[in-house]
Design a binder for this molecule. Structure first.
Ligand code: BTN
Length: 257
């Protein structure tokens, strides 16, 4: 599967434009240009074999080597009101898990709040959703959902070598990329009907677990995740018994032993 031609457009069932590249700086940046130039709207898929400047959350880099991962962005431009970026990120996490399990039923992906997918405790996927706000507007008119999945990457830079992993299964990158795109569009049709958040809870790696929550200018909280709210926020019961609601923002979370 390593040398397959990357052609998710051949597998895709949902409607939307496809922009498939060999190398780009960042598929999120390309999708942004495509959106603002009017070349792509709702359902547009931008995917590449390699990124030279893959972007992650909190200004981090997303390691995106040639041919061993999926680097994709989907433009969402719903007719009704746009769901908050956090909900869209959660929907993308569920879509990635559903697609992985459909294609490789032996894998058991878990969602580490808010945007990482873990397999065997290692991060195999990250999600970066960005609102598109035209000049003079206050609210996003579209959301670009960027998804990076390590499929067969076996060597990682030393900074992430201990935490990053790959699917490790002989899966077609084209088929998986197409299925993630189709599933995300399906889920977003009914994002508020409760099904998505139920699936998110069922796949959570943190619900009921001890965590350390830090960043965003708040005091570090040590405690247990007692609930995931309907808006994807976490409720953490601190060691002092106090319940704190955490919405994504700049917050980082670590699972504690
Ligand atoms: C994270 O782990 O913090 C989020 C990583 C998101 C990476 C994907 S790869 C495709 C898309 N293009 C980017 O530049 N970033 C996202």
């Amino acid at each position: 599967m390593h040398n397959e031609k990357f052609a998710p457009d051949l597998y895709r069932k949902s409607r939307g434009n496809n922009f498939i590249y060999d190398t780009v700086e960042s598929t999120n940046s390309s999708a942004r240009e495509i959106f603002f130039s009017g070349e792509g709207g709702h359902g547009t898929l931008v995917a590449a074999n390699c990124q030279t400047n893959g972007r992650g959350r909190l200004g981090r880099e997303f390691y995106s080597p040639q041919d061993t991962g999926i680097y994709m962005s989907v433009i969402l431009e719903p007719r009704e009101t746009i769901s908050p970026v956090t909900m869209i990120t959660s929907a993308a996490a569920v879509a990635v898990c559903d697609a992985i399990v459909e294609l490789v039923p032996t894998l058991d992906p878990r969602i580490k709040w808010v945007n990482d997918i873990l397999i065997g405790g290692k991060k195999v996927c990250g999600i970066l959703a960005e609102g598109m706000i035209p000049p003079g507007c206050r609210r996003p008119v579209a959301i670009i959902v960027g998804i990076g999945i390590n499929c067969q990457t076996s060597v990682f830079p030393s900074e992430i070598a201990g935490i990053a992993g790959s699917l490790g299964a002989a899966v077609s990158r084209s088929a998986l990329c197409a299925r993630v795109c189709d599933r995300l569009l399906e889920i977003c049709e009914n994002i508020d009907d409760g099904t998505m958040i139920e699936s998110y809870r069922a796949r959570s790696a943190v619900l009921g677990k001890r965590v350390r929550c830090f960043g965003g200018g708040r005091e570090t909280i040590y405690g247990k995740v007692v609930s995931i709210c309907d808006d994807s926020a976490l409720l953490i019961e601190g060691d002092d018994g106090k319940i704190t609601k955490m919405s994504s923002g700049e917050i980082s979370l670590r699972l504690e032993e």
